[in-house]
Ligand binder design. Structure first.
Ligand code: NAP
Length: 218
């Protein structure tokens, strides 16, 4: 499968790219082609240092979308809508778009600050072309843990979406990362609950002197 990671030059893009590249073709998207290429090369070098190889390339976000079956929106909430708008002409019927976006702010502690639609995912749904299948996932997985390629993750990934087939494809993509387990959380409307767990995890880490917490349902 060809997976475009928009903003794949950033913190969580790195881990997703390196881990998925073991089974899929990864296209790092950026606003700048050179930055995307540099990141792709960097990720390949890290993999080589761990005796692994991966197929990772880089280009501007729009070109990444043109090549992809699945598109990951790996952009901070503040810039997510403008990024969607910039690639919208290239999003086609049947494209799966995974939102990992968490709207949160810090005012002493971290707060979930959703838009009036209730969640980032519900806001994005309003602006996406109708045929694009939006799935919400990976909000509660730490970028640091993902990018440490030798780290065993042992976490659950909650998936929300309105299209059963797309949810299944995203579930399979979660299974493709060793030790992550996908759990369907419900329709896209449930995304507010899942997104809001991320500031909770960060607060738990901050107040209890822990690092990079995740969730495992037992
Ligand atoms: N970090 C985590 O642990 C984590 C965990 C779960 C979910 N998330 C979510 O994942 C998303 C990405 O998080 P991150 O920590 O990877 O973010 P990040 O590193 O701060 O940024 C990701 C990328 O966004 C692009 N970007 C920056 N400013 C932009 C702008 N003005 N317009 C368009 N693109 C811009 C940059 O790519 P270019 O400069 O190459 O264009 C950057 O590399 C967020 O929504 C976050 O809530 C993060």
């Amino acid at each position: 499968m060809k997976i475009a990671i928009l903003g794949g030059t950033g913190s969580i893009g790195e881990g997703l790219a390196m881990r998925w590249s073991q089974k899929h073709d990864i296209i790092i998207g950026s606003r700048k082609c050179e930055k995307a290429e540099d990141s792709a090369n960097k990720y390949c070098t890290i993999l080589e240092e761990c005796d692994l190889t991966g197929n990772i390339s880089g280009c501007i976000n729009a070109d990444a979308v043109k090549q992809a079956d699945v598109v990951v929106l790996s952009i901070r909430y503040e810039h997510a809508i403008s990024t969607i708008e910039s690639v919208k002409p290239y999003l086609k019927d049947g494209h799966i778009l995974i939102s990992i976006v968490v709207p949160m702010t810090r005012d002493g502690y971290f707060k979930y600050t959703p838009p009036m639609e209730g969640s980032a995912a519900m806001e994005f749904k309003k602006v996406l072309p109708e045929g694009v299948k939006l799935v919400s996932a990976f909000h509660n997985v730490s970028a640091k843990k993902l990018s440490d390629i030798e780290e065993k993750l042992k976490m659950d990934v909650f998936i929300c979406g309105d299209d059963e087939e797309a949810n299944q494809i995203v579930s399979d993509l979660v299974w493709d990362i060793p030790d992550l387990r996908p759990l369907i959380a419900g329709p896209l409307e449930v995304s507010s609950m899942v997104e809001s767990l991320t500031p909770l995890l960060v607060n738990l880490a901050m107040y209890n002197k822990k690092k990079h917490l995740g969730i495992q349902c037992v």
